[in-house]
Design a protein. Structure first.
Length: 393
């Protein structure tokens, strides 16, 4: 089946965060929203079909996750990523951000030091600060258009840390950490007795010529210190169905996580999330392959357009994710001025790079998981705004 990713779907007035909160977030409604990390493509037909089938039963009492649900996850991870996991390693969470917060509660105490690698997904900051842990930064290095881990700094800071929260692939920088990079990171954490919470939600969204490696797949020793978070939400555009997995081969770590999950009583999930997840992981290969081809074309469009017509904007080409990190430092705009320029002058709803912490100043995050025409319209708006700014400057 050939899927049509050019189709425009009107998401307004559907309680969409991306579209229906534009006025609240950007103080104007006529921005092109390219901020929230969901897609403007239809959730795949095989997921909709599975939900409709379950809907026809007309009874929505308490439900469990059947063996077939777990088997679909196991098979997907093996088939797509060559990682063999077991049912008894898998726990539930209604989302990866709640899971990371539960992991912080399960494995650390107030005052413990937790390392993150900015610029990075902003809920990592909140998971540490809101739970009264101490935030420690191991800033990434940007070299020749790619982010790299500063291992010398990391090794020093691991000495008195309890946990590292890793983004693999990295959001917003787009680096798909190599096996060698992950092996080095994992071995340092083992050496210093530091647990790694590995957010691998973007694992399925990796472009050709790059390879995602699950951190826990590298060695049993590293796996013993690793808790992995995955979900079908980014891959198949079903974030509202609030279903994700927490994977750990370390029985003690799994039991500690499950204890927190049970204590706050959010482990049941919802029947449609269960059905949708199983359908996604069972039938999603061809759809995902076509999606990645389409996203790569959008990526090429942004790169070619900015190089040719907006050289002041430099794209950090992502190796994975549908999130594009734009270096706007050549514009004579900083902080709020850059943010306001994108909203007021360009009419674009991007993420302000500052929200991702150290290294985010002068950057914007752009979501390209939408029809090509929307990406093109955004680039045209950006070009026009920059030309006007230059002529008035």
């Amino acid at each position: 089946m050939k899927y049509n990713f050019d189709e425009f779907v009107n998401r307004e007035s559907t309680a969409s965060v991306k579209y229906d909160l534009r006025k609240e977030i950007f103080e104007k409604e006529d921005v092109i929203p390219m901020w929230v990390a969901d897609m403007d493509f239809k959730t795949p037909d095989f997921i909709i079909k599975a939900i409709k089938k379950r809907l026809n039963h007309e009874v929505f009492g308490y439900s469990i996750r059947p063996k077939s649900y777990y088997q679909s996850i196991i098979d997907w991870v093996k088939r797509r990523h060559n990682w063999e996991i077991k049912k008894e390693w898998i726990s539930f969470s209604p989302g990866i951000v709640p899971a990371i917060n539960m992991a912080v509660l399960a494995y650390t105490y107030p005052g413990d030091k937790i390392i993150i690698q900015p610029p990075v997904y902003h809920p990592f900051f909140y998971a540490i600060k809101n739970n009264d842990r101490e935030l420690v930064e191991n800033p990434l290095n940007l070299r020749n258009g790619r982010y790299f881990i500063n291992f010398q700094d990391l090794e020093y800071k691991l000495k008195d840390a309890k946990m590292l929260i890793l983004s693999n692939p990295h959001n917003p920088g787009g680096s798909v950490w190599t096996k060698e990079e992950l092996e080095k990171l994992g071995e340092l954490c083992v050496k210093n007795n530091v647990l790694v919470m590995s957010d691998e939600i973007h694992a399925d969204l990796v472009y050709k010529n790059y390879a995602y490696t699950p951190l826990a797949s590298i060695s049993n020793e590293i796996a013993n210190y690793t808790v992995t978070f995955i979900a079908p939400s980014k891959t198949f555009n079903m974030a509202a169905l609030a279903t994700s997995s927490v994977i750990s081969s370390n029985k003690e770590l799994k039991e500690k996580y499950d204890k927190v999950l049970d204590a706050i009583h959010i482990g049941m999930g919802n029947v449609f999330g269960t059905v949708a997840s199983e359908a996604a992981y069972t039938h999603g290969d061809e759809w995902l392959d076509q999606l990645m081809e389409y996203l790569e074309k959008n990526l090429n469009l942004v790169e070619d357009y900015t190089k040719a017509k907006i050289p002041q904007i430099k794209m950090i080409r992502p190796e994975g994710t549908y999130l594009v990190w734009l270096d706007c430092s050549d514009l004579d705009l900083k902080g709020k001025d850059l943010k306001n320029f994108m909203i007021e002058d360009a009419g674009l709803g991007f993420n302000d790079g500052r929200m991702f912490g150290t290294g985010g100043e002068g950057f914007m995050r752009m979501n390209i998981a939408c029809p090509k025409q929307i990406v093109l319209d955004a680039l045209i708006r950006l070009e026009k705004a920059i030309n006007n700014h230059n002529s008035n400057g």
